[in-house]
Design a protein around this ligand. Structure first.
Ligand SMILES: NC(=O)c1ccc[n+]([C@@H]2O[C@H](COP(=O)([O-])OP(=O)(O)OC[C@H]3O[C@@H](n4cnc5c(N)ncnc54)[C@H](OP(=O)(O)O)[C@@H]3O)[C@@H](O)[C@H]2O)c1
Length: 281
């Protein structure tokens, strides 16, 4: 991955941190996007030290804020003129409904609208750097979910895991629609399920204090195993030119039936563009 520039969100913890370490070990230039400078710096120092790769950088942005995502992209463009891999990894499952500074439900904003906006704002750099890849960390939790356009902000009913499943279905629908829009550009878009991985997110979803303290035994696999499919999709020559697929354990598998509904994907794209103030790609 020498000479390749990668950006990854949620890079300081769990699957994102292990993915960053893997990319750093392979010699990539990695831009870590983290919401806390302190947590980001701690991860960056360890990743540089373990990999011996100095080309690891930190950009701080709270992905719940669209203004912060726009500044993040400006900051990135000041330092870098190419981007070969964008990994939309950051995700949350807040136990209570919260609103962002823009007045949107936070889980939907961070898990779906943030990757949507970030990718759209960077798509010209990705195209100019092609071949390039967009990798979005979805989840098998998308199965069974639907998109409720009458309550996208979960104002009528907020059940954390139900909202999570919807945002993960949105990740899959977004990836397939993006792949269709990017046909012929040499920029690919794929998404994945990382497995059940012992991270802060999982512990929080289960109401446990932290992944390691959760029980005497770790629940789920370790983050290194959880990062394998992200690293595979970001780096492997085997997936060069492959786009619009959902991967589990480094293999393309069928996602839920509804995730292939092109009119649903188109409608979600349009609504997401409205909610983020973007004109359509
Ligand atoms: N763990 C699993 O079993 C599992 C299964 C399927 C899919 N996934 C997906 O895997 C991805 C990574 O999650 P994980 O399990 O590795 O969880 P994690 O350890 O909690 O990591 C989540 C990362 O996202 C960052 N983040 C959260 N909110 C943010 C915001 N507003 N702005 C910027 N960064 C933010 C976190 O930053 P802080 O450290 O500052 O909180 C952290 O770095 C998620 O998309 C999740 O849906 C996980």
């Amino acid at each position: 991955m020498d000479g390749k520039v990668c950006m990854i969100t949620g890079a300081n913890s769990g699957i994102g941190r292990a993915t960053t370490q893997g990319l750093a070990n392979l010699g990539a230039t990695v831009v870590m996007v983290c919401r806390s400078r302190e947590r980001g710096k701690e991860a960056l120092d360890e990743i540089r030290q373990k990999s011996g790769n100095e080309d690891i950088y930190l950009l701080v942005a709270d992905l719940a804020s669209q203004a912060a995502i726009r500044s993040l992209v400006e900051d990135f463009r000041k330092e870098h003129s190419t981007l070969h891999v964008l990994i939309n990894n950051a995700g949350i499952i807040p136990r209570k409904r919260m609103l962002t500074v823009e007045g949107l439900e936070t889980q939907f904003a961070v898990n779906h609208l943030a990757p949507f906006l970030l990718t759209n704002l960077l798509v010209d750099v990705l195209k100019d750097s092609a071949p390039a890849r967009v990798v979005t960390v979805a989840s098998d939790m998308h199965r069974g979910a639907t998109i409720d356009f009458d309550d996208l902000q979960a104002a009528q009913s907020y059940r954390p895991l139900r909202v999570y499943s919807r945002t993960k279905l949105a990740n899959v629908l977004f990836t397939y629609e993006l792949a269709r829009k990017l046909e012929g550009t040499k920029v690919t878009a794929n998404c994945l399920h990382p497995g059940v991985v012992a991270t802060k997110l999982l512990a929080n979803a289960m109401g446990l204090p932290s992944p390691l303290k959760s029980t005497t035994k770790l629940i789920g696999s370790g983050p290194e195993k959880g990062a394998k499919t992200s690293i595979y999709l970001a780096t492997s020559p085997e997936v060069e030119g492959i786009s619009g697929k959902y991967f589990v354990r480094q293999k393309p598998v069928e996602s839920s039936e509804i995730s292939y509904d092109e009119s649903l994907a188109g409608r979600l794209w349009k609504r997401s563009a409205e909610l983020t103030g973007l004109s359509e790609m």
